[in-house]
Write a protein that binds this ligand. Sequence first.
Ligand code: ATP
Length: 138
Amino acid sequence: MAESIKLEVVTPAKYVVSEDVQIVMAPGTLGEFGVLSGHTPFLTSLKPGRIVYKDASGKEKMIFVSGGFSEALPDRVTILAESAERRRDIDIDRARAALERAEERLAQEKADKISFERAKAALYRAIERIKVAETRGL
Ligand code: ATP
């Protein structure tokens, strides 16, 4: 078995994951990246998307992350996110409702730049949550 690393995913509200894992893939703002044990230290910001990891037994698991920061060290990956949910904890109806609200806001011509950017960010979060929730088998 590959040597394990510690994955911690933390939000202001809760610890989402604290687990020994084999590999972590995460959505960096400059592109998706993977971390294995012994990785060179690096820090990056994250965009809304999916964290995929293999747990100690080799089973793949998926988490939604809304964006934030990731610090990789040779023996651990720490992800600080504004919000994050394990796949099974995502309420897909809530995400669909959020998507609809965001689409309605984006369609309003009078929306100012800040409202537009907020609606766009909400749209991306909802789309990524739905994708994670709809992924089977992880
Ligand atoms: P909403 O408009 O539905 O609140 P949002 O994208 O604005 O969506 P966030 O600000 O990212 O929500 O998250 C606020 C809190 O609600 C966080 O604790 C997050 O984990 C939780 N949350 C948001 N959407 C969902 C969802 N679809 N399923 C489960 N938890 C969710």
